[in-house]
Design a protein around this ligand. Structure first.
Ligand SMILES: Cc1cc2nc3c(=O)[nH]c(=O)nc-3n(C[C@H](O)[C@H](O)[C@H](O)COP(=O)(O)OP(=O)(O)OC[C@H]3O[C@@H](n4cnc5c(N)ncnc54)[C@H](O)[C@@H]3O)c2cc1C
Length: 387
């Protein structure tokens, strides 16, 4: 082990940011954490909806990694090109790193090209550039059919397509265009949020009230931009004037090439209590792993905490940390300024439990606080020390 232990964290999303924040709080300069991301800015997932529906300006939701000032943490903007998990060695565009502990928190990649016609004939809203572009596309949608369609079996933030439909309803209503438009949602499941029947019922009731059509148990296989139809997995064709897509998700190629994942659609296997991969000292945190929680920031953050606790126990001695519970609370926009909440606990009991809190303005305020508290914690400067 090197003199100052080196922790290399790949990916500065919810998982990587929370983990390095805790390590800085625990060790300060006594360990060397390198946090590597190809991007220069962090954007909270739900801010994409805020920008696309004109509720926030892009500049308000971009948080520069340059602002991370945490003892013991170095941020490096660089692309990870290869990972050797057996040697815990990582090659980036800006050098090679040998880690005592390696944390892979590279998230889920999007693969819009897996859906023929999506790039030419539709708009995905899951990447930052595409969601920000929609800010200028949506004002031009005046009449006709809008489809919010999911293309793959697994996707980040399962509530998000439903939130997009409910917010689109409000957006079109505010512009006086709702009577001239139709909204449909295409989902792969039998209900909007399968682990939570109460949440699903609330969404279905909201759809019924607003005249939003739900197309279940199907995915969007292709778009035909010439005929402006979406082709579903059962062959059904749905005409559209506006297509808002959730693209196929895949394991980042560099992770597949490392051998940590078997193929592009098999998320990294981990020990579900510790999140360690089959390689000692190599952890997979957040959306990139296949632990069985929904792919959402709150779970990535909780996973970062568990791995941080394991690293603290390893370097300081002390008891083993608590096992990962796969617990987290997801906020869900219902429109009309109301937000609901689903509290998920995956591993405490024999099966996953998800309880629903009715939409309210109070929960909308809690959601806003959730976002600002993370930005403050990860990007804010620590309070000045008093002599
Ligand atoms: C529209 C939308 C709404 C959402 N709403 C919510 C919500 O309300 N609540 C919630 O909890 N979650 C929500 N999410 C999901 C949430 O954003 C993700 O689940 C979360 O960001 C996952 O965190 P992570 O740390 O695993 O990965 P990410 O946050 O995806 O971070 C991975 C990082 O790795 C970097 N990276 C990838 N490959 C490389 C490489 N080769 N080299 C260098 N860097 C690389 C990326 O740039 C990225 O910064 C939403 C997502 C979307 C799209």
């Amino acid at each position: 082990m090197s003199v100052r232990p080196q922790v290399v964290v790949l990916g500065a999303g919810f998982g990587g940011l929370e983990l390095t924040t805790i390590l800085s709080e625990a060790f300060g300069d006594a360990i060397d954490s390198v946090l590597i991301d190809k991007s220069d800015v962090f954007v909270i997932g739900f801010s994409k909806l805020d920008v696309m529906f004109g509720r926030k300006m892009p500049a308000e939701v971009r948080h520069s990694y340059r602002d991370i000032v945490k003892p013991g943490v170095r941020f490096l903007q660089s692309t990870v090109r290869s990972i050797d998990p057996a040697a815990r060695r990582v090659v980036t565009d800006d050098g090679t790193f040998e880690a005592d502990i390696l944390v892979v928190a590279l998230g889920a990649d999007l693969e819009p090209e897996a859906t023929p016609g999506l790039a030419e004939g539709g708009n995905e809203f899951y990447s930052v550039p595409a969601a920000f572009t929609l800010r200028d596309v949506l004002p031009r949608f005046e009449r006709g059919a809008a489809i919010i369609g999911v293309a793959g079996p697994t996707y980040k933030c399962p509530p998000a397509p439903n939130e997009a439909a409910l917010l689109l309803h409000d957006y079109l209503t505010a512009r006086g265009r709702r009577q001239a438009t139709e909204i449909s949602v295409v989902l792969p499941f039998g209900t909007p949020i399968p682990p939570s029947p109460e949440t699903s019922q609330a969404i279905i009731a909201a759809y019924a009230e607003r005249g939003i059509r739900l197309v279940k148990e199907r995915r969007v296989q292709a778009l035909d931009p010439g005929r402006k139809v979406a082709v579903l997995t059962d062959g059904t064709e749905m005409p559209y004037d506006l297509f808002l897509g959730v693209p196929v998700h895949r394991v980042p190629p560099v992770v597949v090439e490392s051998g940590l994942a078997a193929d592009a659609y098999s998320w990294v296997p981990v020990n579900k209590e510790t999140l360690e991969t089959r390689f000692p000292g190599v952890y997979a945190v957040g959306d990139v792993n296949g632990v069985g929680t929904p792919k959402a920031g709150v779970f990535a953050e909780a996973a970062g905490r568990v791995v941080a606790a394991a690293i603290i126990a390893q370097f300081r001695g002390g008891p083993s940390p608590e096992a990962y519970k796969g617990a987290g609370s997801c906020y869900l926009e219902f429109g009309h300024g109301q937000v609901g909440r689903v509290d998920v606990d995956t591993f405490s009991g024999p099966k996953q439990v998800a309880t629903f809190q009715e939409p309210s303005e109070a929960l909308a305020a809690n959601k806003a606080q959730f976002g600002t508290s993370r930005i403050q914690r990860w990007f804010g400067r620590p309070p000045a020390k008093r002599d």
